[in-house]
Design a protein around this ligand. Structure first.
Ligand SMILES: [Zn+2]
Length: 613
């Protein structure tokens, strides 16, 4: 996860008239009759965008400081201060976005036009200009997020359970009745969100239309800078590439679950019950690896034990991650990173432990916030978070609106790309693993990876397929839940453990729906990370199987990567992709290469079985 300075929730002024910029109502955009561009108007546009960046930079730095304190020292007061700082930033940003649209009919220099357009599309939730409606959007959005955050299931006999506790049951229990209760329990939390969500869709669409978008889904897709309709077709094309791999994994997993639970719980054909896969949304199946492990498989190396045996501390784990980037030719992190980051959970106060990477001032004030434990998972996460930090620093010389990845998928993909290089070969080179695991354990390692990364793909598609339909009106409120389950069945091949109806609102049981965070970026990030990994391995001169490649120590791979990171968002994403891969298209064949030995093995296991659903 990364904290990006430009903010997600856009409120237009009215309710939050906190600045001079906000106090004046925005005149409507000029009708789009091309007018001769006068020099003064062009100069005014350039001055406007410079001024917008200067003010947003100041507000965003202040907002980041407030948010940092709120996340690392949770009190009533820090929450209020952080909310006020964020509301102010969002109000100003929304106002600038609306005013930016006025200049877009002019003939403008590339960098002025691009930054104006980025400003216009930098928001996520749009509020109509009417102050009462703006306030309503803000109120509903925070209420939905709070309903999710505070959501608990209170069984008739026994204490109330929150998402963490219910997730632990879904991950660990192997009793189908207990799993069902935990799943149904969490999905009671979202049922009351339906009315608010429906109203929010109406209002946000109205706000998006005021900025010239067809609807909110159109506005979200615009961040990827593809022509209308192209993004959706790209999703289909990439999904077509990886679907045979997913189908093979699904078939194998269903067989193993049937062996565990019996055919009456897991029928030999048809979708899998969504509560049996170890995760509340069936988006990551690695918690049921124990049920999936190849029979008689060689033990996978135990990184947890190695970290403990070598007496790693949290700081040493982060230093190790930093050394990975230094080995690629990046400069060491600044001293303030070590002074200001949060590495361990404080004993005396509450903090938000969810790992994140920050650049407080969008310049050199880089930090991570984690509650590091000496585990293999956290070792991976550190490499991932540092990927964000090195990205943030690489583009910090550019104009503010360029200090981001070229589309939302790239920031997440970079950290994971480096994560793919945390291989047993790498661990051996840094002295954490004594000898390379035998090639015979490759299938087990790949299966464990696939349960996380391949199993995730269809879920990552359907969340926004559903929302795009909702925003466009193709999916009407009366069919919200039915349409959601049609998509889950179609893409994931899963089904609810009990019948659902329109008195439920199951999409809201996912954080990103309750809190209006777009999701398709995670699908693209999962495809991109393998594509980038393969290209960087080639740059490093690596020849063997892709899943064993690490770019650790390769100045050539580092140079290629750095050139892309330094571009920030100054050019459309195909330009950035081309720098590393030589291609302007996203391509899932690298993911297929990576998992090729597993696919072959799965096909053997599935021989004679009826696959599909
Ligand atoms: Zn991340």
């Amino acid at each position: 996860m990364v904290r990006i300075p430009m903010f997600v929730l856009a409120l237009s002024c009215g309710a939050l008239a906190l600045t001079a910029a906000c106090s004046e109502p925005t005149p409507p955009t000029q009708p789009v009759a091309p007018q001769p561009a006068t020099e003064p108007a062009v100069e005014e546009a350039a001055r406007f965008i410079d001024a917008a960046e200067a003010e947003l930079h100041e507000l965003s730095t202040y907002n980041n400081r407030a948010a940092w304190v709120a996340a690392t020292y949770i009190t009533v007061d820090t929450e209020i201060l952080a909310a006020a700082a964020s509301a102010k930033l969002m109000g100003v940003q929304a106002d600038y976005a609306k005013r930016a649209a006025r200049y877009l009919d002019l003939k403008l220099p590339y960098d002025v036009r691009r930054r104006l357009e980025l400003l216009r599309t930098s928001l996520t939730l749009y509020a109509p200009a009417d102050p009462a409606k703006t306030k309503e959007v803000a109120t509903i959005a925070s209420r939905l997020e709070a309903m999710y955050g505070a959501g608990k299931y209170c069984p008739a006999n026994g204490p109330c359970l929150d998402l963490e506790e219910l997730s632990r049951i879904i991950a660990k229990s192997r009793d189908p009745e207990e799993l069902k209760r935990a799943w149904v329990g969490w999905h009671t939390v979202s049922a009351p969100m339906r009315g608010d969500f429906t109203r929010l869709v109406e209002l946000a669409n109205q706000g998006a239309r005021e900025l010239g978008f067809k609807d909110t889904g159109d506005a979200w897709r615009s961040k990827f800078e593809m022509r209308p309709g192209v993004l959706s077709r790209e999703v289909d094309r990439l999904w077509g590439q990886v679907k045979p791999l997913y189908d093979a994994l699904h078939c194998y997993a269903r067989g193993r679950l049937a062996a565990k639970y019996g055919e009456d719980v897991v029928p030999g054909a048809g979708p899998i019950r969504a509560d049996l896969l170890g995760n509340m949304w069936a988006q990551d199946w690695s918690n049921v690896y124990d049920l999936m492990a190849p029979e008689g498989a060689v033990q996978i190396y135990d990184l947890d034990a190695a970290l403990r045996a070598k007496e790693y501390t949290p700081i040493e784990m982060v230093k190790t991650g930093e050394r990975f980037f230094i080995s690629l030719g990046f400069e060491p992190l600044p001293a303030t990173f070590w002074e200001r980051s949060l590495f361990v959970k404080p004993a005396d106060r509450d903090v938000v432990c969810h790992a994140s990477a920050w650049n407080i001032d969008d310049e050199e004030d880089l930090r991570i916030k984690m509650c590091i434990e000496i585990t293999a998972g956290d070792f991976q996460t550190i490499h991932h978070e540092l990927g964000h930090n090195f990205y943030q620093r690489a583009y910090n010389q550019l104009p503010l609106l360029y200090r981001d990845s070229p589309n939302p998928a790239f920031h997440e993909a970079i950290g994971d790309t480096i994560g793919l290089s945390v291989t047993s070969e790498y661990l051996q080179r840094i002295g954490l693993v004594d000898q390379p695991p035998p090639a015979s354990s490759d299938v087990s390692l790949l299966l464990r990876d696939a349960l996380t990364k391949v199993a995730f793909l269809p879920f990552a598609i359907l969340v926004d397929r559903w929302r795009w339909g909702v925003f466009s009106g193709d999916i009407q409120p009366a069919a919200y839940n039915e349409a959601f389950w049609e998509l889950r069945r179609k893409y994931q091949g899963v089904a609810p453990p009990v019948p659902r109806s329109e008195s439920d609102f199951d999409p809201g049981a996912k954080y990103h729906v309750a809190s209006s965070v777009p999701y398709i970026r995670y699908f693209f990030a999962h495809i991109l990370q393998f594509q980038l990994h393969r290209a960087l391995c080639e740059a490093a001169g690596y020849k063997g199987p892709l899943h064993r490649c690490t770019i650790y120590g390769s100045a050539k791979a580092g140079e290629r990567l750095r050139r892309m990171l330094e571009m920030g968002r100054s050019r459309p994403w195909p330009d950035a992709l081309e720098v590393v891969t030589g291609s302007r298209r996203m391509d899932a064949t690298a993911m297929l290469d990576y998992f090729a030995p597993l696919k072959e093995w799965l096909d053997q296991q599935n021989r004679g079985k009826t696959c599909g659903w």
